[in-house]
Design a protein around this ligand. Structure first.
Ligand SMILES: [Zn+2]
Length: 378
């Protein structure tokens, strides 16, 4: 009996140790402190977060893709505190007298640190930026470019609508409701603004885009670089674009293509017939990309940049479509679909367990309405 009491006392002491050690630590709101004692913001707040401590070091190294294209490759992961949002691929195109940016990354500091390494290759300003889509791991560095170079930002109008429209009067000529007035409302909420340490997200201010082409394909010739900026439409997000450089045989495709990891189709669609009777979605978007002549592709996430860089995305969406349609035909209910359609070929890809079931579930919802067109359209 005595032995048992001693044993129980020891167990109780063991359980109490973590609390004994910490009892003198008092924080008013511990969930709002990051590792540097900076705040992590989960509430809407209109002030820009400044914080203390040294800037986050993204440790960025540009990779040369072709003669004029350099890219930074992010981790194949979700935005986490350990990558500070550096999980997407961002590129710079070397013109004769300026750099052209393809996306700007997850924060002001990311853009600043990426540019500092690019400047060592050629000391030229960033006068133009093209944006792939509205997800915030791709464009939160815009303010750094704008403030530093007065960069002209070309991107989807959905950024202005979804991140500014209801909350802010945007200097946004040519669109209904534009007032020509800009209210200083920095640090608006996106995933990154909420999730990153202050010493990574500090100084990040959301900026609307300056120009949104509405044609399917728009050609630019900037600083000696010929580029086709193509609106693929509602595919990975509400409005996706890719940038094709025919002279360089390079295509920059944002999140329309990923490799080595499973995509997130939470805001996207696989294949639908749009109001104009044309197919729109991930499958037609990848077809548009495959129709161009290129040697190198830079996906929004992933490291494969050769001629096979788009294959994985192509197979993922085709298999998903075929398997889900077959399951619908077999009267598999939506609640069972992720047990039936498991896309085995992709099980070893990063983020498979986190994202693939959600993609399949969503595809079911979407493809239930789908009717195969009678003739093949091109
Ligand atoms: Zn995205």
């Amino acid at each position: 009996m005595k032995k048992l009491l001693v044993l129980l006392a020891m167990v109780a002491f063991g359980l109490a140790v973590p609390f004994i050690g910490n009892k003198h630590i008092v924080t008013k709101n511990p969930s709002h402190l990051d590792i540097d004692g900076n705040f992590i913001l989960y509430d809407f707040q209109k002030t820009n977060r400044v914080g203390g401590g040294p800037d986050w070091d993204y440790n960025l190294k540009p990779v040369k893709i072709s003669e004029r294209v350099y890219c930074f490759f992010g981790e194949r992961d979700m935005p986490t505190k350990n990558n500070a949002g550096s999980m997407s691929n961002i590129c710079y195109i070397k013109g004769d007298t300026e750099w052209i940016a393809w996306d700007s990354g997850p924060s002001d500091l990311f853009a600043k640190q990426a540019y500092a390494t690019i400047k060592k290759i050629a000391d030229m300003p960033v006068k133009h930026e093209f944006i792939s889509h509205e997800h915030d791991d791709h464009w939160l560095g815009n303010h750094y470019f704008k403030e530093t170079f007065g960069t002209h930002i070309i991107g989807p109008h959905s950024i202005n609508v979804n991140y500014y429209g209801p909350r802010l009067h945007v200097k946004d000529e040519g669109h209904p409701g534009a007032t020509g007035e800009v209210k200083d409302y920095p640090g608006m909420q996106t995933r990154m603004i909420k999730a990153l340490y202050q010493n990574a997200i500090r100084g990040t201010i959301l900026l609307p885009v300056d120009e949104s082409p509405t044609k399917h394909s728009t050609w630019y010739n900037i600083s000696g670089v010929k580029m086709e900026y193509v609106e693929a439409g509602y595919a990975h997000s509400e409005d996706d674009y890719f940038l094709y450089l025919p002279d360089d045989k390079v295509i920059l495709v944002g999140d329309l293509v990923m490799n080595g990891r499973v995509t997130s189709n939470r805001d996207g669609q696989v294949l639908a017939i749009n109001d104009e009777g044309k197919p729109e979605g991930q499958i037609p978007a990848i077809d548009m990309i495959k129709r161009r002549d290129w040697n190198n592709i830079v996906p929004g996430h992933g490291f494969l940049v050769d001629k096979h860089g788009a294959d994985e995305a192509y197979h993922y969406f085709h298999e998903m479509k075929d398997d889900v349609l077959e399951a619908i035909d077999d009267d598999v209910p939506q609640g069972e679909i992720t047990k039936v359609v498991t896309l085995e070929d992709f099980r070893d890809k990063d983020l498979y367990y986190l994202l693939s079931p959600g993609n399949v579930y969503r595809a079911y919802e979407e493809l239930e309405m789908y009717e195969e067109p009678d003739e093949d359209e091109d």
